[in-house]
Write a protein that binds this ligand. Structure first.
Ligand SMILES: Nc1ncnc2c1ncn2[C@@H]1O[C@H](COP(=O)(O)OP(=O)(O)O)[C@@H](O)[C@H]1O
Ligand SMILES: [Mg+2]
Length: 400
């Protein structure tokens, strides 16, 4: 999925890929689209504080692509009539993602949809909620789909496309991280955990347990902290002239979703494994209680493993799947010849003693105060007892 388009500006200021074929648009169609965009922009009301998109232009025989026009963007939705589908590493097409071209910034965006209905509130919190530390830099840019209001129950939004996923970045450039960017990522999750959240009505109707009753709030959580849900954009450090990856949290479409306990193999916290062992039926896994109680500390566990792996130079080098770089984790997993996790029930047997022994050595070896502080966070997040494990809002690093 490496699409690095050269761009050029047309006479009316809109930006297109030099090779229009990259977005499967013909020169004739571009002319039609430009007319539509220019006339739509003229209709925009004066800028409002919220920066919400103003309206969308539906498809028509003359202009068969949906446009979404706002003050800062003119999105051309690509996929229906061409465009590039996105594939995961097994070659399966990721149906939830579509490409979008923004004629104002001249960049690719992705059109995403939530799998659960009415997650918009949680997503809105991430966009407009109070910034915590460097959280602003830890998320990709997100714009609501102005069509979303009219499509009942669907959570849809646009997200700026980053150049790499974290595993892709590591493969291409190696582990050249700056502590500040790592803290930006921690702060992004801290911002999510800083919210007390009440599940939306529609969501609650589908989930069991006491949290489905109204008026009960829980700590907001991401739900699937894992290597592929972290994306990178090159950032040039002005002082040193070096390039580092800005780390951002993506896959926000399940944020705060109480209806399904899920994780990426290798990244589950021990209590999740324990829960899955004793609740084998699908319906039992759809419990709001467990996630309302432990959703955020489940994130913290996985983030602890991510941070530790980053500080140690990337994910486990021995396996194809991007697994935590800690033998106290990988030794508990059954991994087949192709490097896939086939059984992770052993994670329930991990002991605090083996974790602490390893992390204490790494704390002692830390190369700077910043790195030491991060390792101390890792140690807290890798607390086996979920009752004693802090969320990022309860324990986090603060440096400026
Ligand atoms: N904004 C983005 N920029 C670059 N790559 C992205 C972006 N969003 C997602 N991806 C890539 O696409 C993959 C799938 O997207 P994601 O939102 O995680 O959906 P899914 O629910 O299918 O996991 C991610 O793992 C990531 O590698
Ligand atoms: Mg994902």
């Amino acid at each position: 999925m490496s699409i690095t388009a050269g761009v050029e500006r047309s006479s009316n200021g809109l930006i297109w890929p030099t090779n229009l074929g990259d977005i499967k648009i013909s020169v004739d169609e571009r002319t039609i689209l430009e007319k539509k965009i220019v006339s739509s922009k003229e209709k925009l009301s004066p800028r409002t504080a919220s920066n919400e998109p103003m309206f969308y232009v539906p498809k028509s025989p003359l202009c068969p692509r949906r446009l979404d026009i706002g003050h800062d963007h003119a999105f051309v939705v690509l996929n229906r009539h061409g465009g590039m589908p996105m594939f995961d590493k097994t070659g399966a097409q990721q149906k939830s993602i579509k490409f979008v071209w923004d004629c104002i910034s001249g960049s690719f965006w992705l059109k995403k949809r939530g799998r659960r209905d009415k997650q918009d509130d949680a997503l809105r919190y991430v966009r407009y909620g109070l910034a915590v530390g460097r959280s602003e830099s830890g998320f990709p840019r997100i714009v609501n789909d102005s069509c979303s209001a009219s499509s009942k129950g669907k959570s849809r939004y646009f997200e700026k496309k980053a150049s790499h996923s974290l595993p892709e970045w590591l493969k291409e450039f190696g582990p050249n991280f700056d502590v500040g960017d790592i803290i930006g990522l921690v702060d992004a999750l801290r911002k999510i955990h800083a919210a007390r959240y009440e599940p939306a009505k529609f969501c609650s109707m589908f989930v069991k347990g006491s949290y489905s009753s109204f008026g009960t709030t829980h700590t907001l959580f991401h739900g699937d902290i894992s290597p592929n849900n972290i994306i990178c954009e090159a950032r040039k450090d002005e002082k040193t002239g070096k390039t580092f990856p800005r780390l951002m949290l993506t896959d926000l479409s399940n944020i705060g979703d109480l209806s399904k306990l899920m994780w990426t193999p290798g990244w589950a916290s021990p209590e999740c494994i324990q829960f899955a062992k004793t609740h084998t039926k699908y319906q039992e896994m759809c419990t709001s209680d467990f996630l309302a109680k432990y959703g955020a500390v489940k994130d913290a566990w996985a983030m602890g493993l991510i941070l530790g792996s980053l500080l140690r130079g990337g994910f486990h080098p021995q396996y194809e799947d991007h697994l935590p770089r800690f033998s106290f984790i990988t030794s508990k997993l059954t991994i087949d010849d192709s490097g896939r996790v086939v059984d992770e029930r052993g994670l329930a047997d991990i002991t605090q003693e083996e974790i602490d022994r390893k992390i204490d050595v790494l704390i002692a070896e830390a190369s700077s105060d910043g790195v030491k502080a991060l390792w101390n966070c890792v140690k807290k997040y890798l607390t086996i007892d979920p009752e004693g494990r802090p969320t990022m809002a309860e324990y986090s690093i603060s440096m400026s």
